[in-house]
Design a protein around this ligand. Structure first.
Ligand SMILES: *Cc1c(COP(=O)(O)O)cnc(C)c1O
Length: 427
């Protein structure tokens, strides 16, 4: 995407131009200096209040500086408890393991071992791919058109975006891309195609160690896979001896209305990859869930200095205790998602001219069918006090990912700003 440098209001954003690498990106799209944030509102040091429909790309499902979660962090810090300890045993880790196991896994009748990886989602993807290759003795991985899995070489190899792939500077190998659900139009079942080529010894596609999938593609444009398609892909994995990996980094932790984005399809992935909102507070924390029997790691074989950071484990435990002990939160997310969707559909009808809405839960995409329209709308919105990102192959989709905890009123305000911004763009 082309990103112009616009000088932000308030303070000297020019220091960025002078001192920070050209690689910086969000400071260009959202040209302001942000000094405070609470819930779904970010404040600039120029005194503007901006509604956040971006949520740190999905890392802030419970909002900025969620005070209920913050209490646990502040208390932990004040007590001189261990913050960094590699993957040594600490009460914070034991508490997280027990809480995640009893509340998140136990209530869903799921059984997984938890592996804490380095703090990025990409590192957790690397671990998942390495483990699949180790377990199966195979090298290839099936991933999907428009898929996104992170910026390290193994993860980029399984990601479709040309801009990122070409930035890697080496030849990327080890992944074969297959059409995602709907990629070839509604008539073609791409799961059938995958089954055919994987069962054919002369299809030219090497037997995969794993099939790696997002149930809703976040960066790829809020592309939604159906329950049936996902179930077929899982069956193909099973029938071909590949591990079935769900990348739930962006769509997990309640984003689609349930804790895991695959619950609606009653999937049972061999491996689940989590990060982004897992810590509940925007702190870095990543985890790979491994089905019993597949935990073939030797001690220390996937290492890292910042695995399972204790502060992030403390906030993660608090988030689970606060939001996931019963169904109340999940039902609220589903309700708010419905509300957003019908409002966006009405906006598409009114001003859209060819625009369409898709998504699941509180991850929705407004496809403008035009990069220029989406860009101008998002820029207008920021000027009017709404932060929204774009996604999709040409950044033609405006992405709606407000905090799952957002107030009804603030949600309405944000949607109103979006409507005005779009109306101005198409006028
Ligand atoms: C963000 C994301 C990643 C990569 O996570 P990082 O923390 O940025 O490395 C991987 N997969 C999906 C689906 C993501 O949204």
């Amino acid at each position: 995407m082309t990103m112009e440098v616009v000088s932000g209001e308030g303070s000297d954003i020019g220091a960025l131009e002078a001192l920070e690498s050209n690689v910086r990106s969000y400071s260009r799209i959202f040209p302001a200096v942000f000094s405070q944030a609470r819930g779904s509102i970010m404040s600039t040091d120029g005194g503007r209040q901006i509604i956040d429909f971006f949520s740190g790309a999905g890392a802030l499902n419970y909002g900025h500086n969620n005070h209920e979660i913050r209490g646990a962090i502040v208390e932990y810090l004040a007590s001189d408890a261990v913050v960094h300890g590699l993957d040594m045993a600490t009460p914070a880790k034991l508490e997280f393991l027990k809480t995640f196991s009893s509340i998140v896994l136990g209530q869903r009748d799921l059984q997984y071992r938890m592996q804490f990886t380095g703090p990025t989602g990409a590192n957790a993807i690397e671990a998942a791919l390495k483990l699949s290759r180790k377990v199966t003795g195979r090298k290839n991985v099936i991933s999907f058109t428009r898929g996104y899995h992170g910026m390290s070489l193994g993860a980029i190899a399984a990601s479709a975006n040309h801009f990122y792939r070409s930035g890697s500077g080496v030849s990327l190998s080890g992944a074969t891309f297959m059409p995602y659900d709907g990629y070839l139009g509604p008539e073609v079942d791409s799961a059938d195609y995958l089954r055919t080529v994987l069962l054919d010894k002369s299809s030219g596609i090497d037997c995969p160690a794993a099939i790696l999938v997002e149930t809703v593609q976040g960066e790829g444009g809020i592309n939604v896979a159906s329950k049936e398609w996902l179930r077929s892909i899982q069956a193909v994995a099973k029938d071909t001896g590949a591990l079935f990996i769900v990348d739930d980094i962006q769509m997990g932790c309640g984003r689609t209305g349930e804790f895991f984005s695959f619950e609606f399809a009653a999937l049972s992935p061999d491996i689940v990859v989590m990060s982004k909102s897992l810590s509940g507070y925007g702190l870095p924390l990543s985890m790979v869930l491994i089905k019993e029997g597949l935990d073939a790691w030797r001690p220390g074989e996937h290492n890292g200095t910042f695995r399972g950071n204790n502060l992030a484990l403390v906030s993660a435990t608090a988030a689970i205790n606060i939001y996931w002990r019963n169904e109340t939160f999940s039902l609220r997310v589903q309700r708010m998602g419905q509300l957003m969707r019908s409002r966006l559909e009405a906006i598409a009808c009114e001003h859209g001219r060819g625009c369409s809405v898709r998504g699941r839960g509180m991850a929705l995409g407004f496809d403008c069918q035009s990069a220029e329209k989406a860009e101008a709308t998002a820029r207008n919105a920021f000027d009017k006090g709404l932060m929204i990102e774009r996604c999709g192959p040409d950044d033609q989709v405006v992405k709606f990912m407000p905090a799952l905890t957002i107030d009804h009123e603030v949600l309405e305000q944000g949607l109103e700003i979006f409507e005005e911004s779009l109306a101005e763009t198409v006028r």
